[in-house]
Design a protein around this ligand. Sequence first.
Ligand SMILES: Cc1ncc(COP(=O)(O)O)c(C=O)c1O
Length: 441
Amino acid sequence: MKKLAIDGGEPVVPKGAIKPWPPIDQTDREAVLRVFDNQMLCGAGAPECLALQEEWAAYIGRKYCLATNSGTGALHMALAAAGIGPGDEVIVPAYTFLASASCVLHANAIPIFVDIDERTYNIDPSKIEEKINERTKAIIPVHLHGLPADMDEIMAIAKKHNLLVIEDACQAHGAEYKGRKVGSIGHFAAFSLNSSKNLCGGEGGFFMTDDDTWKMRGDMLRMFGDEIDDETKLRVYNASILGFMYRTQELPAAFARAQLKRLDQHNAIRRQNCEFLTKVLKEYPWVTTPYVPPDRTHVWWMYVVRFDPKKAGVNLTPREFRIALEKALHMEGVAVGQWQIMPVPAQDLFQTKMGYGSRGCPWTCHFYGKDITYRGSDYPVASALCEDYTVIAGIAPPNGLDLMEQYAEAFRKVFNDLGTVIKHKDDPIVAHYSGRIFMAG
Ligand SMILES: Cc1ncc(COP(=O)(O)O)c(C=O)c1O
């Protein structure tokens, strides 16, 4: 048996073997240079932004797409376009990125959290209805890690209770649910183009809908509440509603257009890498690999596994076991660590409930008039996940099966020598190990 790197042996994965995302080639460079040649960097008629909107709407199969400067902005635009505001509640999964919930606060409404499903980590539809009341206006399902949420069940609940569905598809570009692209199913959808995402623009996002009125409101919300005159194509500089500044610009739009041409190809490489890892990791019954229901495709924004100390016959807590394994894998050169470290409602913002100003709005808003307490422990599935999951990074191109084979060797080396892993569990933080995977989001 080879000596583990954490025990003084040679690491399996050499330094520099993991290549950064996204792959940038000549077509990306030419796209960006095209913007300089055009001498137009932004604006209502900016050609790259307009083309990107059309191309993304066609890719998803949706009537309207408005390009934005972030996924967070796109989510907020959806809530605002739907008229959701003070006194309203919106249902959000308890485990996601903060913006899926903070967009509700941005609309002066109240996020109500629902625990996640044990296997998919997406919102658990069986727990939604118990949270619905006369204030509930919408559900925000998140297609977490790139796996579509249970859209049929969610849409049926929404229909029954007359609620809107805003798909948070920020992590799931190109994922399909029963043959339909995510982002085309709910009343609205939001995507992120932040640099970690499957479709990358550096920063950016998409607001999507099929509804003419919501699209028109989205247009105004994106630009200060202002409008473009149909005839002159110029801004009228007369805000008719409260808007924001969520426009994007030509450079990220041009870059994203070039990346979009390779999105399916990039997703296929992610899939190949992740399916290879799953095959290897299934050799260990104490490792839970990602579950993909047969009626949907996963686009692997993130590859997440869980470790069960009991099944491994190890007398450690799930957290202790996970950290011990992360340290040993890290020393072998595998990129591992956590992304979110707690359920969203456990974050300080929801404990202090310091919203706008220092008076606790929107929670203290008289239109709401209810006292609400957020506790991470109210979401046991999300809480348990945060103890024992880790992200295996480096699964995106330009990394391919050659790196995955090195990862496999590192997993086998570490997982077949748990005694040594545990001996080193209390080692001080080893060689730049932070226990965190820092995604750009
Ligand atoms: C699920 C989810 N929602 C919303 C966002 C917000 O997107 P952005 O960072 O583009 O504002 C992100 C990403 O960061 C995300 O992962």
